[in-house]
Design a protein around this ligand. Structure first.
Ligand code: ATP
Ligand code: MG
Length: 251
């Protein structure tokens, strides 16, 4: 589909097209389209832009990735469709590993996501699922013994609440990217980036390049000073303020 750049919803439509393409090629799950729709609704309420609370969370997330021993970026079908190059770049600048982990599991889809990341320049993509995270009963319990199993920090874009909880129970720091600040994932993660992944990933790459120049102590200070509850509260307030403005403006 050709979308003219002048269309008022150009970016949003382009993003949808990428997901549809992912489904057509067989690496994005059809359920991923529903998940994206939920995300879009919250993006609308947030004004479809990056807020300062998202930047603060992104900076802290990057500080975690840079200071962790075994940081892992978990990639699902939506992430592979929307930000494949950026996922690979973020892994490179932060030294994190890439691991394919999907909710609606199939060997074929896992391998297709791996191939998307390899095409985007990844040197290594963990996808074996040769280890098990105890306490979770769907196929996402299968993780890589060199990746999520031993990870101290896991970045999980568009995560499901259950798995976020399991990762936490296994003692991992969880960074979520989720436009819905009310989701179970958003409420449970250590760092919740309430932003669209198409904006968050490029911003995190830039923040990582900057932060890498700093001393470790500086990154630890950022982590210590961070409050996820404060960030979530600001996200709720932003949505409320936006709705209030609309409510007043319509009269
Ligand atoms: P939870 O299980 O955490 O309560 P959920 O069941 O509402 O969440 P899932 O389908 O498990 O949602 O996961 C999808 C999540 O990803 C949604 O919360 C949605 O807001 C978010 N999401 C979808 N697309 C994007 C995107 N492009 N950027 C950021 N977040 C997104
Ligand atoms: Mg869910």
């Amino acid at each position: 589909m050709d979308i003219p750049p002048s269309h008022p919803r150009y970016t949003s439509l382009l993003t949808r097209e990428k997901l549809v393409e992912g489904v057509r090629k067989g690496f994005t799950s059809i359920h991923g389209l529903i998940a994206h729709g939920r995300g879009e609704a919250f993006d609308y309420l947030l004004g479809e832009k990056t807020h300062t609370f998202a930047i603060e969370a992104e900076k802290t997330a990057v500080a975690y990735l840079l200071t962790s021993e075994h940081p892992v970026i978990s990639v699902n079908g939506n992430t592979a469709a929307l930000v494949p190059d950026e996922a690979v770049n973020l892994a490179k600048v932060t030294g994190a590993k890439l691991e394919v982990n999907i909710f609606h599991w199939s060997k074929e889809r896992v391998e297709k996501i791996r191939d998307v990341l390899l095409d985007s320049g990844a040197e290594e993509v963990l996808h074996e699922g040769d280890a098990e995270l105890k306490g979770i009963d769907h196929s996402r319990r299968f993780v890589s013994s060199e990746g999520i199993l031993i990870a101290d920090t896991v970045l999980v874009p568009l995560e499901d609440g259950d798995r976020c909880e399991i990762l936490k129970r296994h003692g991992k720091k969880v960074i979520a990217i989720d436009l819905n600040p009310m989701s179970r994932t958003a409420l449970k993660a250590d760092v919740t980036i309430v932003n669209n992944i198409v904006r968050a990933f490029p911003e995190m790459i830039e923040l990582a390049k900057e932060l890498k120049k700093e001393e470790r102590e500086e990154m630890e200070k950022i982590i210590r000073g961070y409050s996820n509850r404060k960030i979530l509260s600001q996200a709720f307030t932003t949505i409320k303020d936006n709705l209030e403005k609309m409510a007043e403006g319509i009269l």
